[in-house]
Ligand binder design. Structure first.
Ligand code: SF4
Length: 367
């Protein structure tokens, strides 16, 4: 189900109209959703459905599949029917696949106007087909495939150029009285990307799909996306997010989910509060934190576990958390809900924390 959206402690959320991607509302007061994209050949229905199942299990709420060929278009109906989460067909170049995707029952279609040459003539038809099916369109502008006219006008993919391109395409749909739209304007540079989304946010009320495109391998991509999404979400901008990594898509979902959790936009499940360790540490904090983290992976209840290296900040953090350990002298003081419940030798810290966590989780689930 849809994870609860906690009260928003950050800037006021930008007002956007709400659309529905299948059963996932996007925009308005809907929780910010996490999406990803399959890396399988879409024409390989089994492989694609298998990857969608993995993505769903990791918390992905909307999934996109590429449609570069007729074989892929032909596979859409089976994928859309069997996927547990809404499927968006990603179309570049070929308007005919837009119609195929709509007929196939996809929950939405993403078009990249810069890459569909005959696009302008087809907008009316696309708008009618999408309206008939009751599905939204994502207008996805990418720096790498910016409309030639705008590239000529601005010289490169500036925030203004990206925004103008998106709004121009929106206006074509609006001429056909179609406003069931969300927009993305992606760039590999977080600074340009942030500026583009700010401009867009001021210029329209369509929900926005955030993305830093070609963000890079896992580490760099995670940092770029976290910084860019964090800046925008903290300003109330962004209704659905996709982290792009040169890594398996399940990693994208984990990072996206963690970004929302970090900003308090989604309720956390497990959170490990662990210290960086320093010369005062009396236990191996890294190993302890990793072992506790691994032992509690997949925890479905919000639980904060503090793993602290010594008595300087240890007792304070451990007391604030649901559960924690403050270490010293080869022993660990185990805290539960602010009280020391026992003191165990270092070798038993991990198992004791995991035991206590399981017990707490059971209590919380029973409530
Ligand atoms: Fe250092 Fe202790 Fe702070 Fe950990 S809790 S960083 S060991 S002072």
């Amino acid at each position: 189900g849809m994870p609860a959206a906690p009260a928003r402690p950050l800037g006021t959320r930008r007002h956007s109209r709400q659309i529905n991607v299948g059963n996932v509302p996007v925009g308005g007061d809907a929780p910010v959703s996490v999406q990803s994209m399959c890396t399988t050949l879409t024409s390989d229905v089994n492989a694609t459905l298998q990857q969608i199942a993995q993505l769903t299990a990791s918390g992905c709420q909307i999934v996109r599949v590429a449609v570069p060929s007729q074989d892929d278009a032909d596979a859409l109906a089976a994928i859309a029917r069997k996927s547990p989460i809404p499927v968006i067909a990603d179309i570049h170049f070929q308007p005919k696949y837009v119609f195929a995707a709509i007929d196939a029952g996809c929950a939405a279609v993403r078009v990249n106007p810069g890459n569909i040459k005959a696009f302008d003539d087809k907008v009316g038809e696309i708008a009618r087909a999408a309206k008939g099916a009751g599905i939204p369109i994502r207008i996805g502008v990418n720096a790498g495939s910016l409309d030639k006219r705008l590239l000529a006008k601005y010289g490169k993919a500036t925030p203004e150029a990206l925004t103008e391109s998106a709004l121009w395409e929106c206006s074509l749909f609006e001429e056909h009285d179609f406003r069931d739209i969300k927009i993305s304007v992606k760039h590999h540079d977080p600074v340009v990307m942030i500026q583009a989304y700010r401009l867009l946010a001021q210029s329209c009320d369509y929900p926005l799909h955030l993305g830093v495109t070609e963000a890079g391998p896992a580490f760099q991509g995670t940092v770029k996306s976290s910084v860019a999404f964090g800046a925008l979400l903290a300003e109330g901008i962004g209704d659905t997010i996709r982290v792009s990594l040169s890594a398996p898509p399940v990693e994208e979902v984990k990072v996206g989910t963690a970004i929302l959790e970090s900003l308090g936009l989604r309720q956390r499940k497990l959170e490990i509060v662990s210290c960086p360790s320093c010369g005062r540490a009396q236990v191996d904090v890294y190993t302890l934190a990793n072992q506790v983290s691994a032992g509690l992976e997949g925890m479905e209840v919000p639980l904060r576990v503090a793993v602290m290296g010594c008595v300087v900040n240890g007792p304070g953090e451990a007391r604030e958390a649901d559960l924690g350990v403050a270490s010293g002298n080869g022993k660990g003081q185990i805290f539960v809900k602010g009280e020391v419940v026992k003191t165990v030798p270092e070798a038993q810290i991990v198992e004791t924390l995991i035991e206590e966590a399981m017990r707490l989780a059971e209590e919380m689930t029973a409530d």
